[in-house]
Each structure stands twice: as structure tokens, then as C-alpha cells.
Design a protein around this ligand. Sequence first.
Ligand SMILES: Nc1nc2c(c(=O)[nH]1)N[C@H]1C(S)=C(S)[C@@H](COP(=O)(O)OP(=O)(O)OC[C@H]3O[C@@H](n4cnc5c(=O)[nH]c(N)nc54)[C@H](O)[C@@H]3O)O[C@H]1N2
Ligand SMILES: Nc1nc2c(c(=O)[nH]1)N[C@H]1C(S)=C(S)[C@@H](COP(=O)(O)OP(=O)(O)OC[C@H]3O[C@@H](n4cnc5c(=O)[nH]c(N)nc54)[C@H](O)[C@@H]3O)O[C@H]1N2
Ligand SMILES: [Mo]
Length: 693
Amino acid sequence: MTDPVPAEKRVRAACPHDCPDTCAMEVTVADGRAVKLRGAADMPFTNGALCTKVAHYLERVYSGERILHPMKRVGRKGEGRFERISWDEALDTIAERFRAIAADDPRAILPYSYAGTMGLVQGESLDRRFFHRLGASHLDRTICASAGALGWRATVGASIGTDPEAVVDARLILIWGGNPVVSNLHGWRYLQEAKRRGARLVCIDPRRSETAARCDVHLAPWPGTDGALALAMMQVLIAEDLLDHEYIAHHTEGFDALAERVRDFTPEWAAPLTGLEAKVIRDLARDYGTQSPTLIRLNYGLNRCAGGGMAVRNIACLPALTGAWRHAAGGALLSTSGNYPIDGEALARPDLCPQHEGRPPRTVNMSFIGEALLEARDPPIRALYVYNANPVAVAPDSNRVKAGFAREDLFCVVHELFQTDTADYADILLPATSQLEHRDIHASYGHLNVVVNAPAIAPPGEARPNTEVFRLLAARMGFTEPALFESDEDIAAAAFRLTDSRALGLTAQQLETHGWARLNLAQPFVPFANGGFRTPSGRCEFRSALLERRGLDPLPAWHPPAESPVSNPALAARFPLALITPPARNFLNSSFANLARFRDELGRPTLQIHPDDAATRGLVGGDRVRIHNDRGEFHACAVVTTDVRPGVVVSPSIWWQKFSGDGNNANAVTASTATDMGGGPIFYDCLVEVAKA
Ligand SMILES: Nc1nc2c(c(=O)[nH]1)N[C@H]1C(S)=C(S)[C@@H](COP(=O)(O)OP(=O)(O)OC[C@H]3O[C@@H](n4cnc5c(=O)[nH]c(N)nc54)[C@H](O)[C@@H]3O)O[C@H]1N2
Ligand SMILES: Nc1nc2c(c(=O)[nH]1)N[C@H]1C(S)=C(S)[C@@H](COP(=O)(O)OP(=O)(O)OC[C@H]3O[C@@H](n4cnc5c(=O)[nH]c(N)nc54)[C@H](O)[C@@H]3O)O[C@H]1N2
Ligand SMILES: [Mo]
């Protein structure tokens, strides 16, 4: 007699999506089918709740639109017509093409991935090892946060800041370039609690976002001018001596040079640049300099502009001037990711790269994939392997991106759950697993916990995890290094450098049953109360050694937007409106945008425009409009609203082009220009004109 099969089991999971909240989840499985998914009730940050999207994750898992089998292209590139093939044929075809190209120059092969899953196993382990061993071009993963990350690192030293669970005791909170109600919902709960306890919330955002509408004060600067606002705040703090002199003396570097630098950056100077009144700027600085504790929750919205790196750097200087870092609830937070002892080299094994004389490694910037595909020489890109990403929809200047993907001589593999805009251009399309069908382990960039993900159900059809495909491909290529064949369990177990076995306070096995663990940091966690910055000097660097070494301005400075009436009047004469395209609440970048529930709810792409701007163009709400500039155009339905300031238009994103009505999305008009630091894109630094379609 065998034991009866338990009717139901509970499996611990992690939300895989690119969001600071990295929720711990629990899946209920009955007869091999996931029947329920909920936020873990025992994990304080998740607090038993999921966002509107992931609450319906099972619709994604069981969607009839999942890719179930390997396929090869039968139509034209981009047409999206495919025919089923076997895994053997798919893998043989890829290995054969890769071998032939690598015989000439393996750098002609380019992996392309971002954060379709944030898991360390499915996102940055065997994939990296495989392409390293192959000698392929490296991908610089800049598309989201590289400008801000570098501006922060230059100042503070690492992606470390205030404990997001400690913010409840702050008195004044600046929510700067972030929209947590949409993009950091669980973090918003703590900010709301602070408000309940009496904190004043100030939101700095060119539009009245879902978050701005719930704050005490909304300041709407012109996009890309946050750097000027922060400089003016510093000028006021220093001129009016609203400083913590002891903190500055012991824990900062370069104060005298900073004071000299900002002397002329008065609120009167910043007013015409930002579009805010000088008095408003001065009052904000005075509030910031006299309240305590003050918290700045800055986010990546403000780093998607030409001066995005310097803007984040300028803002990161503020809490060191006032000593706000002394308080658990004070300071500033951009990302928590630097707290995790992730063993990047063990995961990615850069030592597997072949050393060829006279053939230096090549790195390609993912944000400008259109240029790379169309213009790269020495060698040109001949093969592309896309996974965890949808570049045709999300990369800037998509007409160029599409032209690159349409190259007949490009061999393109796409590994996906769904037939995205990018998948339409694949020569070989492979079926990928969802988070419920593979193993992983996750760090977070918005809290301080590790979250594990155990497989809950069998993959549908012939879907396979990223790691499994790279193991199979490595064998087909004749590679023999054991690191290319490691199991997901072993990779997960080695993902964190746990030389101090108490770093998590739990063993790997305990973690698997418990599902999550907070990093074993000091409680309360006040990272820079006594200095201890991760910069070369160990101090908060008003004068940055890192930037100086890179030949950049070592001091805070004003880096204007690339496209604005002030910085580029000639362009603004033709395209006077600043377009920003932040995430729609129901989409996660371009993920979920294909699911009927969310697409139907949003209906179609919209463009929010101020009544004055609508009137001068003869537009009324509901009009179909054409948003255009020299790079391209897309269509949307006009929403006339005072939620946007005059001169600014907003189109919540990221739509799939094939579902947008006109075959384009907002990235048809965004620019392939790089940020001042980190080589990131400038999605929110984009001038357009709007007309009736
Ligand atoms: N629901 C949902 N959640 C998400 C995502 C999603 O697509 N959907 N995406 C995830 C990802 S990948 C990321 S990186 C984060 C992004 O989330 P956030 O870091 O919050 O960034 P954004 O949503 O890009 O922009 C936030 C706000 O900045 C404003 N903004 C635009 N330009 C400027 C500017 O120049 N200055 C200032 N001060 N504000 C500006 C926008 O209007 C927007 O309201 O969210 C994650 N969470
Ligand atoms: N105009 C405009 N453009 C933007 C932005 C914006 O605000 N405005 N935001 C930018 C930002 S912040 C970011 S981070 C990028 C995001 O860009 P991407 O990281 O490309 O994000 P997604 O569009 O969500 O595409 C991820 C894809 O990975 C797939 N995927 C998920 N899990 C797996 C898996 O396990 N295996 C495989 N093989 N595939 C998987 C999903 O189905 C999905 O199609 O977009 C950027 N583009
Ligand atoms: Mo992002």
C-alpha cells in the first residue's frame, strides 16, 4: 500500500518581476495545478498582499497564449509566423550557427537580457557562464538604473541607504522622481504609515502621479531639472547655515569645495530652469534643513534624463549636509541592493572567458541596441540571443531597433513565455518557464530580505527554464567545464557569499521551508549614522574620487536635459512638449501588457495633456492624436487634464506595439542619447509635438 497523495501542497515562491518589492508568495497546488497564489502573510514587507498585476499571476501562468514548443520562423522577420520544431532541431540549429560564427569571431554573438526575472539563478548564472565560455560580446545592462546608480555610488559608495521599514518615524519625506503607489506599492505602505504618524509628504514629479495625489505637497519641476533643484537646496542650506557641522567635519569629504561650487546656484538661478518659484525652492530647503528626521525616497524616474547621474548625485549630498543619516528613519534611499553579499563572480564565472591575443573583449550597451545592430563593426553582430527581455518594445528609438532586428543576415534566438514584439523577429523561438515552474533565489532593491522560489508545478508543453537551455546548448557546443552544467539547486546555494554563516541567520534548507529571511544586519539598521560610507575615503564624497578618476567633474554640477526649451530652444521651436512615459499601473514594463484583463482595462494608449496645450492644438478629450518628432511617431487617445503641467505630456507605458493600434509605442519617439553617467537611456528627456491623428 502506498501513502495517499496529499490533496494540496503549499510551495514558497518569490515574485520574479523587476520591482523593488520582491514579494514572498505562497502557491497552493492541488493535483499538480496551482490553484491559489497569495502574498506571504508572515513576511512583514509583503504583508500578505500582492499588487494588481501579480495577484492575477496565475492568469499569466495558465494563459492560452503561452509559447509551448520550440518554433522556427517561416514568415518574414517581424511578421511573427512560425512552425513547430523539436527541441533537438532547435538546439542543433543554434549550436551549428554559433559554432560557425565563433570560428570567425565569437564576439559577433551577443546575449541580450534584462530583468524579465530578477532571480539570480534564471537571470544571471548559467547564461553568463555560457556566453563567457563562448567568448561572446559582453552586454552592458544600462537600460534602467545605471546613471543613478553611478551618481549614488560616487557620493555614498554603494547601493545602500535607509532601511525602508524604518521610515515610519520620519517627519518630512521627499518622494523624488518615484511613484511608489504604482511601482513600489509595499514600500508605499510604510510611507503612508509615516504620514499617519504626522510626517509631511512632498512629491517631486512633473505630473500629478498616483503618488503625488496622495501627498501633502506636490512640486512639479520641468523633466530633467532635479539636479538644479538639489543644487539650489544645497545653496540655501549652506548660505543659511542649516547644517550639521559635526557630521560634515567627521563624515564628509570636500565640503569647502562644495560650498564654493554652489555659491551662485541660488533658488533664483534654479527657478527658470525648473519652472518652480524661487520662494517654493527656498521654503523646501528651509523645511529640509530644520525638520528632523528627514527622508528622501528618490527613485529612478529622475535618472532617465541627460543629467540623471548628476541629479541623483546632487540629491545624495543633501542628507550628509544636515546629518539626516544619524537617524534610522532619516537619510535617503535609492536602492537596497548593495546590502546583499551576492557572489557575482561565482554566479557568472568571468574566468571562463577565453584569452585571445589581439582580440580584446567587446562590450555592447543594451540601451542602444538599434545602433549596435545597424552600425557595429569589428565585428558586426551576426547572432543575438534574447531572454528575459523585450527590446523591440522597451528600448529607445524603436524604429532603429526594428530596422536592426529586421536584418536578414542576423541570426536571432528569442526565449520567451509569450510571443512579444521581439519574438516576432526570432529565427528560433524557444518556450520559457514561468516562476512557478523553476527554481530561484532573489535579492531585492527595495527591502532587506532574501526570498526563495521553489518549483510548484510542471512546465506546460515543452517549456524549459533558461538554465536548462544553457546546459543543453553547452553540451551541443562540446563544452566540458563542469561550471556549465551545475544544477539550479547548487547555483542557488552558492549565490550568496555566506562566509559568515550567520549572514542570513538561516541555513539553505531552513530558507527553503521558511521562504524568506531578513539579512542579518544591525537592528535598527542605520547605515551611515557614524559615517562608514563605502567610498574610497570612507566619507560621503561631495568631492568624488571615483568621478575624478573617470575624468568627470568631481563636484556636484548642473547637467541640463538634452531636450528642453531652455537647453535646446531650436528643437523646442518645432517640438515644444516634453513627453514622459512612466509605467502604467497594470503593466510591469511590457510584461502583463498582453494579458486581456489588463489590456482591456486600460483600453488603449493614452496621452495626458494640459487644457491650455490641448486648446492651442484644437484637441478635446477622446481625440486620437499623433505624437511625433524627427525619430518617429505613435498614436494615443487624448486625456485633457490638469494632472500634467503645461508643456508636459504623459503617456503611461509600455504598450506592446502590436496591441497599440498603430504598430508603434512611445519608444518610437524616445532618443538614443546616453546619460551623463553610466551610459543609460534618456526615456523622459524627449521633446515632441502633438496633433490630431
Ligand atoms: N506597476 C509597475 N511597477 C513597476 C514597474 C512597472 O512597469 N509597473 N517597473 C519597475 C521598474 S523596472 C522600475 S525601474 C521602477 C520604476 O519606478 P520609479 O523609480 O518610481 O520610476 P518611474 O515610474 O519611471 O518614474 C517615477 C515618477 O517619476 C516621474 N518623473 C519623470 N521624469 C521625471 C523627472 O525628470 N524628475 C522627477 N522628479 N520625476 C520625474 C514620473 O512622472 C513618475 O511618476 O518600478 C518598478 N515597478
Ligand atoms: N518609454 C519607456 N521605455 C522604458 C521604460 C519607461 O519607463 N518608458 N522603462 C525602462 C525600464 S526601467 C526597464 S527596467 C526596461 C524593462 O525592460 P525588460 O527587462 O525587457 O522588461 P519587460 O518588458 O518586462 O520584458 C521582460 C520579458 O522577459 C520575459 N521573461 C520573464 N521571465 C522569463 C524567464 O524566466 N525566461 C525567459 N527567457 N524570459 C522571461 C517576459 O515574458 C517579458 O516579455 O524598459 C525600459 N523601457
Ligand atoms: Mo527598470
